[in-house]
Design a protein. Structure first.
Length: 374
């Protein structure tokens, strides 16, 4: 699934310009931010394009396409073990040490990761089915509606205020998805009927909604259960949820009986067995490279900034699909892309206003506290 997904893991309480890694020199901070942006943009776009390539060349195993989205999660162990423990905490977590003084029980955390992992694999499965029936450009444009669902679930679950700008974002992104929904994807996969196209649209839209729900639940988990915003905890959650999703995907592969068709799937691949294996391997790696970029941006800048870059990647992927797969960027897709970008800008600007307001209130509170101390 688009690993934009994890970009709302933490409630954003930091600004774009104030990095939590205070010990880094300015050029080092900029370098880390640039690297993580590159990881996120390249990883997410590559994963979507490789997933589409898998289906284009004869791959038909939906559960295998679901499995590769999380199977390479051990890659996340590299930053987890390489980074010193002293640097694995964000500025927001260091400001509230008392919030983590009573950590949740192992049973509570295990149930949390199990439930989120099951939702995660369901989300990945929906994305896999959607990508089977849609072109890469159409798929990415529908995925961009995730921001609209994020806004809705943030109001319902995370008790965020529903402002005019957020309403504008929801309406514009909904119209963007509607344009794609009524459009006949003429450059879509061969042999896909109108019914299959509608199913692909609905599955992808449902996956975007479920992904937004998972992200809101993850944010709620950090606030109410884990009560810790350290980078190590973010990585641990990502690793454990991915591990649960991977196990569930393997189980689905066997329960569905698709494991019996894997040999046939590989033999029937247009470009050969080696290409079949390498496509799946690199797709799995691409998903986790994207995850490294997402988590890295949360740590180096903020979760809001990470979410912004993740959504930007979904908006840019159709352009890459035009170059790689020669998808047709007709008038309907161009209008849909522009509407998605407008909804994206509205959403980002609202979060910027919220950030400015929060910093102003914090500054006034600090001034009042300093005045009372006299």
């Amino acid at each position: 699934m688009p690993e934009n997904e994890e970009a709302m893991l933490l409630k954003d309480e930091t600004s774009f310009s104030e990095p939590p890694l205070n010990k880094l020199k300015l050029w080092q901070w900029w370098l880390m931010m640039a690297l993580n942006i590159f990881f996120l943009l390249s990883g997410q776009a590559s994963a979507v394009l490789l997933g589409r390539s898998y289906y284009d060349h004869g791959g038909n195993c939906v559960w295998m396409a679901t499995l590769v989205q999380t199977a390479a999660f051990p890659i996340l162990l590299i930053p987890y073990f390489l980074l010193p423990s002293s640097s694995l905490s964000s500025s927001s977590s260091s400001q509230e040490p008392s919030s983590a003084s009573h950590p949740p029980s192992i049973t509570t955390v295990s149930l949390l990761y199990l439930c989120l992992g099951i939702l995660y694999v369901g989300d990945n499965l929906l994305y896999s089915v959607g990508l089977m029936y849609l072109s890469a450009s159409t798929y990415s444009l529908i995925c961009a509606t995730q921001l609209a669902f994020n806004a809705v679930f943030s109001v319902i679950i995370n008790h965020e205020k529903f402002t005019a700008l957020l309403l504008n974002s929801v309406v514009v992104l909904s119209f963007s998805a509607s344009l794609i929904g009524v459009y006949d994807d003429s450059d879509g996969p061969t042999g896909v009927s109108k019914t299959d196209y509608v199913l692909g649209f609905l599955f992808t839209l449902g996956a975007s909604a479920l992904n937004s729900l998972v992200l809101s639940l993850i944010q709620l988990s950090f606030e109410k259960v884990l009560k810790n915003e350290a980078f190590s905890v973010v990585l641990e959650m990502q690793i454990y949820i991915s591990a649960v999703a991977t196990c569930a995907s393997v189980l689905g592969l066997f329960v569905s009986g698709e494991w019996r068709t894997l040999q046939e799937d590989m033999n029937g691949y247009d470009t050969g067995k080696v290409s079949y294996v390498m496509t799946l391997v690199w797709a799995a790696v691409a998903w986790q490279v994207s995850s490294v970029g997402i988590v890295g941006l949360i740590f180096v800048v903020s979760s809001l900034f990470s979410n912004v870059i993740s959504t930007l990647s979904l908006s840019l992927t159709p352009i890459v699909a035009v170059i790689v797969f020669h998808d047709k960027m007709n008038g309907v897709k161009v209008i849909s892309l522009l509407m998605a970008l407008w909804g994206f800008v509205s959403y980002m600007y609202q979060n910027y206003l919220d950030d400015v307001k929060a910093k102003k209130e914090q500054s006034e509170a600090n001034c009042a506290h300093d005045g009372s101390s006299w």
